[in-house]
Design a protein around this ligand. Structure first.
Ligand code: SF4
Ligand code: SF4
Ligand code: SF4
Length: 771
């Protein structure tokens, strides 16, 4: 990802956009945080939030006309938050004296004419920026015009205190100055670097400044500059209305301009975000209950603490996070896609050193739900998968990240499982059934039943293709392995004369659709749905079931509908999950989440399993098994279509585990070859003849450590044949190590009644060399 792409992706996530209140405020007060503190009864923090951005908070907090309220999102579900009243409540409660830490003195001075709100706000900001400030007030009492404007809201003492505070920061005051007289600006410009004229408290004087058609001083709305260099002005009514917050804002904009002017930098560059802004933020409010605003019981006094609390609690704390709300992965890493994009970019750009975001990159299940719920269509799955690819290409991917899944894939591509045949006795296949690794590993009997059924109903010959679609390599970002996998399946497909492929697994279907467009494909569910006449007999099961759509059908609404039709034809009624169809959630298998972050994958499955109390019905073998491993009772649609009398309660079936999956695949191929094609079986390798006895708790451990029976057999076979093993005389057990691939396996075992008892096993990447 280059810098440009980084920015494009960051911009696509709008979580950092301002909420409507802050965007509409000319000063961009952090209203969301301010109201949030009040909603937690933390007035001190609320005041701190105001003080961080608001000039003269004790004055403006009392009289702000709150134009933000007009834009408040709450107004779409009830009434807008009374932000102005909450600010008034907050500053009226009294508090510790405020602190303002000015920058070091700059040795330059600014003259400010008038002492209305805009002038005092300009003074506030200029002092903070380290400028000396002198106020020229024609009247006797600085702040006098302010006091006259708001007799009910603004006690004189408050104005006096705020001015005293500014004086403490170094502000000088010249009362009775002829600020509106001739020569004032000339004199000022001789002794000061810049001048601000507060038009909210001064009548325009004979200053020689250009005026507009209405006779008002012409002021540039972007900079507050006038026709005279070094002279700035502001504070006039807006749209015929006096707006205190705009007066303060114009004082602030002018202070920025004077600072730029004195530093001789552009008056205009990079100021697009000053003043009210449009916002692209999204905040879902469909579930928000409309509520009216809280009225103060004694309006002149304003809110009581209780009333302020209730009003603040109506605030929606507007933010997006639509994706984070539905994704365990996004939520667990503690931020949101905009931030993750930067982390992933940084991780990728490191040439040397620790790659901190590897876990972040490898834990996404690539399910695409984020893209489906995001108002801007942010596709975290693309970001993570591309980052994986780039890391693999540059040799930066730790080998352990996806190794197990890639080995499992290699197994499915090997002659232990891969097979392509025309239907028994046929020389052509108009179509071929591709059950995929997971259904074959989990429910081999169903693969046999489906194949038999398809052969009995479809004309033109139905071939069989056992193999892997390459999804693990695609998810792992391993281009090379993915390409060789596609090459292998294309070889199988061509050997059958290029039939249309019927997929039981929607992951395989998607992989073929996206990467092998020359292959005609369809889903088993579409085929069954389109079949005329009776479909397989099914059961008359009547309990309530809830349908779980695999995440790989997210963009396949046709398949989702076909499954529902089939169930309808079977007379099975199913409920829908709120997050179903295009918004369905992952079971934790996709994207190799299970490899990179097993605990997160378990949590993903648990969260999905908890979405409904009812038993689930799945139509992806891996979803079924993952949900079952999260303790859910879950059926596969094939359990309804092809019930097995030997399995009275298929919803209670457990996840078979990694070893059993491989064995099931291997046996499935043997059964097909023997039963349908009467072909001799391959000679079984010697180590595979070893019988293992494994207690359930040891089995759990082996599953967690991803140690397969095949690995155990190889170690024991090697130890028994070579004699390279340790013997523990007290326990009577052996311990042996063997390195059949890039991993060394250690097995603690003993002799059992029919074979070997495995007590423990573990693995590491270190190679043992005995010298
Ligand atoms: S849904 Fe997620 S990615 Fe999309 S804008 Fe919101 S926070 Fe950002
Ligand atoms: S609901 Fe709260 S956060 Fe949202 S716009 Fe209104 S005040 Fe701001
Ligand atoms: S796990 Fe799914 S929803 Fe979550 S970020 Fe990855 S692709 Fe998006």
């Amino acid at each position: 990802m280059d810098q440009q792409e980084l920015r494009r992706r960051e911009d696509q996530c709008i979580q950092d956009e301002l909420p409507w209140c802050a965007a509409a405020c000319p000063l961009h007060i952090d209203v969301r945080a301010f109201v949030g503190h009040l909603a937690r009864s933390d007035r001190k923090e609320a005041l701190g939030t105001l003080r961080r951005t608001m000039p003269l908070p004790n004055i403006l907090g009392r009289i702000c006309d709150a134009p933000c309220e007009e834009h408040c999102k709450r107004s779409e579900a009830g009434e807008a938050i009374r932000i102005g009243a909450l600010e008034r409540y907050c500053v009226c409660q009294g508090s510790e004296p405020q602190k303002l830490l000015p920058l070091p003195p700059r040795g330059k001075r600014i003259a400010i004419a008038g002492s209305g709100l805009s002038s005092l706000a300009a003074a506030w900001d200029c002092l903070r920026k380290g400028y000396g400030v002198c106020i020229f007030e024609p009247g006797k009492r600085p702040g006098g015009s302010l006091a006259e404007g708001y007799p009910d809201l603004l006690p004189w003492k408050v104005i006096e205190d705020e001015i005293a505070f500014l004086v403490k920061l170094g502000m000088e005051i010249q009362p009775g100055a002829a600020a509106d007289g001739p020569g004032f600006l000339d004199n000022c410009l001789q002794s000061f670097g810049a001048v601000y004229v507060g038009l909210d408290s001064l009548r325009a004087g004979p200053w020689g400044l250009e005026e507009d058609d209405t006779g008002s001083i012409r002021v540039d709305p972007g900079t507050q500059g006038t026709s005279r260099e070094g002279v700035f002005a502001g504070g006039l009514p807006r749209g015929g209305r006096i707006s205190p917050v705009w007066q303060a804002a114009e004082g602030r904009f002018a202070a920025n301009s004077m600072d730029r002017y004195l530093q001789r930098v552009s008056l205009t560059a990079g100021r697009e975000k000053e003043g009210p802004l449009p916002t692209r933020l999204f905040a879902g409010i469909t579930d928000v209950i409309p509520l009216p605003a809280i009225e103060a019981s004694d309006p002149p006094k304003g809110y009581t603490s209780e009333e302020a609390l209730h009003e603040a609690r109506r605030c929606l704390q507007c933010q997006c996070l639509e994706c984070v709300k539905v994704c365990v992965y996004l939520e667990r890493f503690g931020a949101y896609p905009r931030k993750y994009t930067r982390e992933i970019y940084n991780n990728e750009s490191i040439v040397r050193g620790a790659h901190q975001a590897n876990k972040l990159i490898n834990s996404c299940s690539l399910c695409g739900l984020c893209e489906a719920v995001c108002p801007e269509g942010f596709a975290m799955q693309d970001l993570c998968r591309e980052a994986r690819e780039s890391m693999v290409e540059r040799g930066k991917m730790p080998p352990s990240a996806h190794e197990f899944a890639l080995q499992d894939m290699a197994f499915s591509l090997s002659d232990r499982f891969a097979l392509a045949r025309h239907g028994p006795g046929l020389k052509a296949s108009a179509q071929a059934f591709f059950p995929g690794c997971q259904l074959s590993g989990s429910q081999p009997d169903k693969v046999i039943a489906v194949y038999e059924y398809l052969r009995s109903r479809l004309t033109g010959g139905v071939g069989l293709m056992l193999g892997c679609c390459g999804a693990p390599a695609w998810w792992a970002g391993s281009r090379e392995q993915f390409a060789s996998c596609l090459e292998a399946v294309m070889g199988q497909w061509s050997s059958l004369g290029g039939p249309k492929l019927i997929f039981a697994c929607s992951t395989c279907l998607r992989i073929f659709k996206d990467h092998l467009p020359e292959v005609a494909v369809t889903s088993l569910w579409t085929v069954l749905d389109e079949m005329e006449g009776p479909i397989p007999p099914g059961t008359s099961r009547e309990p309530s079931l809830v349908l779980h759509d695999p995440c790989t059908t997210r963009s396949e609404p046709g398949i989702q509908t076909s499954v529902r039709h089939i169930l309808g034809r079977l007379g099975v009624r199913v409920g829908e999950l709120e997050l179903g169809r295009a918004r369905t959630e992952c079971c934790g298998f996709g994207g190799l989440q299970q490899n990179a972050n097993p605990e997160m994958a378990r949590e993903t499955a648990r969260v999905r399993a908890r979405r409904s109390e009812e038993d689930y019905l799945a139509y992806c073998a891996m979803c079924r098994d993952r949900l079952a491993s999260a303790g859910k009772r879950v059926l596969h649609v094939l359990d309804l279509l092809f019930p097995d009398p030997r399995v009275p309660d298929p919803a209670a079936l457990k996840d078979p585990g990694w070893s059993r999956r491989q064995e099931n695949r291997s046996r499935l191929k043997d059964r097909f070859l023997e039963d349908l094609w009467s072909e001799p079986l391959m000679r079984t390798a010697e180590h595979r003849k070893i019988k293992l006895e494994i207690e359930p708790e040891v089995r759990v451990l082996l599953e967690e450590r991803r140690i397969l029976d095949e690995d155990l057999r190889k170690v024991i076979h090697h130890a028994e044949m070579s004699g390279e093993k340790f013997f523990h005389p007290e326990t009577g057990r052996f311990k042996a190590a063997f390195r059949p691939r890039k991993v060394t396996f250690w097995v603690e075992y003993g002799r059992g009644a029919e074979g070997f008892v495995v007590y423990n096993a573990y693995s590491h990447r270190m190679e043992l060399r005995v010298s």
